[in-house]
Write a protein that binds this ligand. Structure first.
Ligand code: MLT
Length: 312
């Protein structure tokens, strides 16, 4: 018969299931965003998308696995700000963010909330700063491992408060939030995509949101600026990556499918309920993600060095 059009590899892509790797526990904010876009991306690509959690070491285990996966478009990494912090925090990281991956596109940017177990004594953010200063040896601060968004926000908080706290690492802020609701840990900094439900249900105490403006879906939650800690500003950008060497036509197909997913009404509505929104279509592109990653690698290297934190 006549030769088929296009190159067999990329032209026929996708021909089987695509795995989206989430480098944190199921049920956390990264997992939540991934599962939101997996369905509409799968529909657009005409393939099944399987979400797989590969936890550990602040997201670097999962990122390393994808860096070493076959560059065929069937293994995709969903990661966030942690992609830009790991090189300054891990000595032998095993991958270089700008060299071992092809960029697919930015996905969303998520505000963070400072939340505590509901019977924790401090009532306001200022009370929290005063309390942790007086009880530094006793207070526990949860995060999802060194380099995770929650770890970075915790670092910014400790620097702003001038205190060093006991950090309790989890494999994701999904399980961390469960312990916070259970009163096993005192407080943490986590994304609205994870904490909104528990805040609205009154299952945790919320002090502030770490963005310049209030979050529409959490109208009563003051910003850190309103609450007297203006230097505590951070929001968690997310991006999709595939291993270096993945054919450009495949990267483009994934980027186009990402744009369709981010325009999906269900995705927009669900993100709005959880305090966030898709990036503009022009940012769901390889160029936009690369520019963001380059800028953030430099920014966080400085923040981490200024905080006196060494790579280990
Ligand atoms: C998660 O998905 O568990 C969080 O994004 C982890 C973190 O970065 O704090």
């Amino acid at each position: 018969g006549a030769a088929t059009g296009g190159s067999a590899g990329a032209g026929g892509y996708p021909e089987r299931n695509i795995t989206f790797v989430v480098p944190f526990s199921a049920g956390g904010p990264t997992d939540t965003v991934t599962r939101m876009i997996a369905e509409p991306m799968a529909a657009e690509l005409g393939a099944k998308v399987v979400v797989q959690n590969a936890e550990g070491a602040g997201g670097t285990v999962g990122a390393g696995e994808v860096a070493r996966a076959d560059p065929d478009g069937y293994t995709v990494l969903m990661h966030h700000i942690g992609m830009s912090t790991a090189p300054a925090l891990y000595k032998d990281l095993g991958y270089k963010p700008l060299e071992n991956f092809e960029m697919v596109g930015l996905v969303t940017e998520v505000p963070m909330t400072i939340v505590a177990r509901k019977d924790f004594e401090p009532k306001t953010l200022q009370d929290l700063v005063t309390y942790v200063k007086a009880n530094a040896g006793k207070v526990t601060l949860a995060n999802a491992g060194i380099g995770a968004a929650s770890h970075l926000c915790g670092l910014l908080f400790q620097t702003a408060a001038g205190v060093k706290l006991q950090e309790v690492p989890y494999e994701g802020t999904g399980p961390a939030l469960t312990d916070l609701v259970g009163g096993q840990v005192d407080f943490m900094c986590d994304q609205t995509t994870n904490t909104s439900g528990q805040i609205s249900a009154g299952e945790v105490k919320a002090y502030a949101v770490t963005t310049p403006e209030r979050v529409r879906s959490l109208p009563d939650l003051p910003t850190t600026t309103e609450a007297g800690l203006p230097q505590l500003q951070v929001s968690v950008w997310h991006g999709l990556y595939v291993p270096k060497g993945t054919p450009q036509e495949v990267v483009q197909k994934l980027s186009e499918a990402l744009k369709v997913a981010l325009a999906d009404k269900g995705v927009v509505d669900q993100m709005a309920k959880l305090g966030t929104a898709p990036v503009p279509a022009g940012d769901a592109t390889p160029q936009a993600l690369r520019a963001k990653l380059e800028e953030q690698l430099a920014t966080w290297a400085k923040v981490i060095a200024d905080a006196g934190v060494k790579a280990s």
